[in-house]
Each structure stands twice: as structure tokens, then as C-alpha cells.
Design a protein around this ligand. Structure first.
Ligand SMILES: [Zn+2]
Length: 414
């Protein structure tokens, strides 16, 4: 949820309870539920791009789900009944995600097999009193008690204790809370580009987060993939390697986005961040569809992660690139420099867009007076950077570089 400020924190506690038998039984019953549903899947023939495909229809009638299946699983179940309901729910969610992936061509027609042993315990199925969590395993006879009264996180967390996840070694305790927002320290609007994220806030000016590393990650894997695809592409093994590549690529990109957003949230403490709405964004002169979709998905990842760590609001990208941030006139910028044919402003194109987005965040429309005010507050006068060097009187002000790897700290320079 982008605008909601619900947060979830999870903590692991090592436990010494003997839960082996219980977890094993749960794993079997979960697999049994999957088997039963699997056996009732209807396969419907469908033609797709001239190819015949079998599409699975998962049974979800109440009579089957809540009566037949539930009673069947209950037959030789010695533990509390609510675990059966959890198992049915989990079995359905496993099969639905298998189906989604199967339709996308990422999974085969093979029944999912449960491998890991763990049980999710909803908040209504345990009690928490005097620092002790009590989970019912068998009604009226067997309980698991976890004493967490000395756990370090108890006096650090806020909010309600949520779902528990139990495995052989650990109990994971989650907390859900609503983040309360104090008065923000400032606002910053971000213009996104393939190789950088350009932010503007009158307090600190122009901030640039370097995305070249992210771009590089995708480039490396794209080349790797291309090299493989020239070989016989239908071979099973190659498809497997390709899958592995895209998993790694995704993980590395996500890791980068996590580091970047953590850094931004930390250095711009208690700031409200404005991001453009994804769908309407124009992607800059990028001819390749593939690259475009990757840049889009990174953008989505960045603002999703940012919304976990700071307050995020969504902005309308309309005219943020074309409009002049000083007089509001619409121009068609070419290249890295924005030139206004109305008021003569010459400014870095990305900075111009970021200022426009910032004005939108504050509900303001551009005007020369406002523009001067924003620049004055920032402390330096800026226009273009490289242009200013060539005999111009304007002092040069380059964007502050921020890179999740070099960790150039904003606070040092302000
Ligand atoms: Zn202008």
C-alpha cells in the first residue's frame, strides 16, 4: 500500500520446544490438501497463438472446500482443528500461485510439493499474557509456551502482535503498527530517469541519486541472456539457466533499491517524498521495449520500498518535463538542457522536472517570483552546471552525488 503507513516488523526467537512431530504432521496434512485439490483440477483446452494449451481450473465450490475437504482432512487429525483451516487456506494459496506461474509459462504441469516445515499461526489462535505466548496444539492437553518476556524487541516495538510463524528452530513474531507522522522536516520531489533519480527540495537543493549501477546490473544480464539465446533456445537446460539469471538479476536489482531507499530515508529523515505515478510516466527516448519495462519495474520497486521507510505521495507526471519551472510555459526540451522560449530560463532538464514536481507537491503554480524564492532559499544560484562554466556569470552548482555505495552524506554539506 503506497499511501497507507502500516508497517510490519518481524523478529526471530530461537526456541527449544520439540515441535518436530507437529510440524511433520502439518506438512503431511498440507500436502494431502494439495493432493486432493490437485486431483479435482479440470484441464481446459485453449488455443493460444496457434498452440494448444491446457489451462487448469481449480475447484473452489464451498461444498468441496469447506465440507468435503475439511471433513476428509479432519478424519485422522489429532491436533487442534484450526490448523486444518490454515492448511486448506495455505494449500489454495500455493496452488493459485502455481497456476499464475504456470500460465506465464514459468512452471510445468507438475504438482507442487511442500518441502519446508513451518506453520503460520493467526493472531486469533494464540494468547499473549505476561510476556508469554501460548499456542494451542491439541485442545485441552497440549500447549506450546514461549517466554518472550526478556526478548530485546519487546520494549522497542509498537503496535499489535500479529501472525506467528513456527519452524523447528525459530518462532517468528510479527508486529503490525500504524506509523504516526510527526511534522515533516521537509518535502522532496523525485524525477526518475534511467540513470539517475533527481530530487528537488528548496532546503537542500538538487539531489541526485546515481542509478548507473542498477542500469549496469540489467545490462550485464541482458548480454548474458543474449549470448545464451543464440544457442538452441528451446533446450530445457538453457531455459533453466535463463531462469537462474533472471532470478539473480532481480535479486541484485532489489538489493540495490533497498540500499538506495534506506539511504534516502536516513539522510532525508522525516521528509515526505513525492514520486510520479508510474503508469503515466513517459520513458525517455528509449527505443527498446525491454529496457523500458525494466526501468519501469525498478521505479515501482523504488517507490514501494520507499513507502516502507518514509512517507510517500504520488504525483501526476503531466508536463513535469515539458513545463518551464519558472514561467510555466510548455516547451519541447531536447537533450540534457531545458531552454524556455518564454522567459529564457536555461536549466538542467531533470532539475527542471524535479522543481515542477515539487511545486505540484506544494500545490503551487510556477511563477518567476516563486522560482527566485526557491533558489534563494537553497542558498546558491543555479542554472545549468556545464553551461554555466562557459563564460557565464552564473555560479556553477552541480547536483550532489548520492550513490548507495559511496554513501556521500547529505548532512555534511548542508
Ligand atoms: Zn519559462
Amino acid at each position: 500500500m503506497l499511501n497507507s503507513s502500516y508497517q510490519v516488523r518481524a523478529y526471530n526467537i530461537k526456541h527449544n520446544c520439540d515441535v518436530k512431530g507437529f510440524l511433520e504432521a502439518y506438512k503431511l496434512i498440507l500436502q494431502r490438501a494439495i493432493d486432493e485439490i490437485w486431483g479435482r483440477i479440470r484441464w481446459v483446452e485453449k488455443y493460444e497463438k496457434g498452440r494448444k494449451r491446457l489451462i487448469p481450473i481449480i475447484p473452489k465450490e464451498n461444498r468441496f472446500k469447506h465440507h468435503y475437504l475439511r471433513n476428509l482432512l479432519m478424519e485422522d487429525w489429532g491436533y487442534s482443528r484450526h490448523y486444518i483451516d490454515s492448511a486448506i487456506k495455505q494449500a489454495y494459496s500455493i496452488l493459485h500461485s502455481w497456476r499464475r506461474n504456470y500460465i506465464r509459462g514459468e512452471r510445468t504441469r507438475e504438482k507442487p510439493i511442500v518441502k519446508r516445515k513451518f506453520v503460520r499461526i493467526k493472531e486469533t489462535l494464540y494468547s499473549f499474557r505476561d510476556g508469554k505466548i501460548r499456542v494451542s496444539v491439541k485442545p485441552y492437553e497440549e500447549y506450546l509456551t514461549f517466554d518472550i518476556s526478556i526478548a530485546w524487541f519487546l520494549n522497542r516495538t509498537r503496535g499489535k502482535m500479529g501472525e506467528l510463524i513456527l519452524n523447528e528452530k525459530y518462532l517468528t513474531v510479527t508486529f503490525r503498527f500504524r506509523e504516526k507522522w510527526m511534522k515533516p522536516n521537509g518535502k522532496i520531489a523525485w524525477d526518475s530517469n534511467e540513470k539517475s533519480l533527481d530530487g528537488f527540495s528548496p532546503k537542500i537543493g538538487w539531489v541526485r541519486a546515481d542509478l548507473r549501477e542498477l542500469f549496469h546490473i540489467h545490462r550485464v544480464y541482458e548480454l548474458k541472456r543474449r549470448r545464451l539465446q543464440t544457442l538452441a533456445s528451446k533446450k530445457h537446460k538453457i531455459r533453466e539457466i535463463l531462469r537462474k539469471y533472471s532470478r539473480r538479476e532481480g535479486n541484485r536489482a532489489k538489493d540495490f533499491c533497498h540500499k538506495l531507499t534506506s539511504h534516502l530515508a536516513k539522510t532525508l529523515h522525516m521528509y515526505i517524498h513525492g514520486f510520479e505515478l508510474l503508469e503515466k510516466r513517459r520513458m525517455m527516448n528509449n527505443s527498446k521495449k525491454h529496457n523500458r519495462s525494466i526501468a519501469k519495474s525498478d521505479w515501482r520497486t523504488i517507490y514501494t520500498y520507499m513507502s516502507y521507510k518514509a512517507k510517500v505521495i504520488i504525483l501526476n507526471p503531466r508536463n513535469s518535463t515539458k513545463g518551464c519551472s519558472r514561467c510555466g510555459m510548455i516547451n519541447a526540451p531536447k537533450g540534457a538542457l531545458y531552454e524556455c522560449s518564454g522567459c529564457g530560463l536555461r536549466i538542467d532538464r531533470q532539475l527542471n522536472a524535479a522543481i515542477n514536481l515539487y511545486l505540484q507537491m506544494e500545490g503551487l503554480t510556477p511563477s518567476p517570483k516563486l522560482f527566485e524564492g526557491l533558489m534563494r532559499a537553497w542558498g546558491g544560484f543555479t542554472l545549468t552546471g556545464e553551461e554555466a562554466g562557459e563564460g557565464s556569470d552564473e555560479p556553477v552548482r552541480s547536483p550532489r552525488l548520492m550513490n548507495p555505495q559511496s554513501y556521500v552524506c547529505l548532512s555534511k554539506t548542508t
